[in-house]
Design a protein around this ligand. Structure first.
Ligand code: AMP
Ligand code: ZN
Length: 118
């Protein structure tokens, strides 16, 4: 499996070639503050192996969703947004609003979310 991709922004962030505000790191995931926050807490969580998008997950890589979710839940506690609640978002492809093609979960919290999403 290809681990990291040379021309991928989030792979560069994982390799620390590009600066980000890291809030959590473990052997499987990295989490950093979104550069253009849409809520008082807006964190991006990525697996440390490059996969373009959620629709590319396979039996071999499906566990990345679990890894990202566990990291998101930990960060939600650390940022004290776990009691009021929060939203996890995965955008996929053009209509899903994906702009960076390295699979990631958005952790959004600190305000009440609306539904339906835009
Ligand atoms: P998506 O639209 O779901 O692909 O989300 C990509 C997210 O990455 C957006 O919310 C961007 O604001 C965020 N983003 C883009 N570049 C950076 C960066 N250098 N550091 C942190 N977040 C970034
Ligand atoms: Zn990547």
């Amino acid at each position: 499996m290809e681990k990291l991709k040379a021309d991928c922004l989030f792979c560069k962030i994982i390799k620390k070639e590009i600066h980000s505000s890291v809030v959590h790191e473990d052997d499987k995931t990295l989490a950093f503050k979104d550069i253009n926050p849409q809520a008082p807490v807006h964190i991006i969580i990525v697996p440390k192996i490059h996969v373009d998008k959620i629709s590319d997950l396979t039996e071999e890589t499906a566990e990345f969703i679990g890894d990202m979710t566990l990291t998101a839940n930990k960060i939600a506690k650390e940022f004290k947004i776990d009691k009021n609640g929060y939203r996890l978002v995965v955008n996929c492809e053009e209509y899903g609003g994906q702009t960076i093609y390295h699979i990631h979960v958005h952790l959004l919290g600190g305000r009440r979310m609306t539904w339906p999403p835009g």
